[in-house]
Design a protein around this ligand. Structure first.
Ligand code: PSU
Ligand code: MN
Length: 302
């Protein structure tokens, strides 16, 4: 059995030059509570299919990195207690015949390996608060520096150090463009305190940037920062209050390493009585929609 299997539907779309969008599994397994996570996984795929875009949800099941899941695979990433795999975990899980949900880093790598150029997620991993002591910086950033994939996200969660994350993306020479905005979004909120050098208004502009990036011989990914619609964003005051409490609890409980992101996301859902979850789903769907448009523009110009 090979270590990587591209689902026939995805392989056919790629070889026919039809649009494909990669979707990650960690947001389903570790970022959203059951049973809403399963509904979200199905909803993301259905939204793409309705737009004529082939979804490729990515995960490792039975030791095989699967680019595109069948119905049983989607069930498993939502219902099973899967490990969370970044790129460095992939060879170990594959060799052992194990199962894992893939992070933005691992999903990006596997998508690019299959020739997929566009990927939708919720929020990108980044530099954690206190990283100057802990060195906790998501491999999402370093993998985007070496992986030709366009990732549509609602920026990075405000649980992270947004300023440091943007600095690292600059150092790593990863382009960041706002989609209809010049302000970097902060996941549940449309804005952060940080402005961007570049913004685009259309998917076709993103496809043109991807084309130019290739022509210039650059192999980096591109971050498309897509803010949640204004009427869907979280109330900023409640956001600040809940965030402070969740961060304090994570600290008090001694949560560290890759457990930090899942802990905070699920705790924030509880502390907000589900409000943060609604926003999370809305922003993720909004990213899937824009990624579908970009993949369509990309395929149309190939
Ligand atoms: N943002 C979300 N939900 C998530 C994540 C980010 O809204 O589930 C996940 C992504 O899979 C991302 C990962 O790649 O968290 C980053 O984890 P870490 O900080 O351990 O690299
Ligand atoms: Mn980390």
């Amino acid at each position: 059995m090979s270590a990587v299997v591209v689902a026939p539907e995805v392989a056919n779309a790629l070889s026919d030059n039809r649009p494909v969008v990669a979707l990650e599994s960690t947001i389903i397994s570790h970022g959203l509570p059951r049973p809403r996570n399963y509904e979200a996984a199905v909803e993301f795929e259905e939204m793409l299919r309705a737009e004529g875009v082939t979804p490729a949800t990515i995960a490792v099941l039975d030791g095989v990195a699967r680019i595109g899941l069948d119905a049983d695979g989607v069930r498993r990433i939502a219902d099973d207690d899967l490990a969370k795999a970044s790129v460095r975990d992939l060879p170990i899980i594959a060799a052992r015949g194990g199962h894992a949900a893939t992070t933005v880093a691992a999903t990006s790598h596997l998508a690019a390996l299959a020739g997929i150029r566009v990927f939708a997620t919720g929020g990108l991993g980044g530099v954690h608060r206190g990283a100057s002591d802990s060195f906790d910086e998501s491999a999402d950033l370093s993998i985007l520096a070496v992986t030709p994939i366009t990732v549509v996200s609602a920026g990075v969660k405000s649980v992270l150090d947004i300023a440091a994350t943007l600095e690292r993306l600059e150092s790593l020479s990863v382009p960041v463009v706002g989609f209809g905005t010049t302000v970097f979004p902060s996941f549940w909120l449309r804005e952060s305190a940080h402005t961007l050098d570049w913004s685009v208004d259309t998917a076709a502009e993103v496809a043109a940037i991807m084309r130019a990036q290739d022509a210039l011989g650059r192999g980096q990914g591109i971050v498309v920062a897509n803010p949640v619609p204004l009427d869907r964003q979280w109330d900023p005051q409640e956001h600040d209050r809940v965030l402070a409490q969740a961060l304090a609890e994570a600290d008090a409980a001694g949560i560290h390493g890759k457990a930090v992101t899942p802990f905070l996301l699920l705790r924030i859902v509880e502390l907000s009585d589900g409000r943060s979850l609604e926003v999370n789903l809305d922003l993720a769907l909004n990213n899937v929609r824009v990624a579908g448009q970009i993949a369509t523009a990309w395929a149309a110009t190939a």
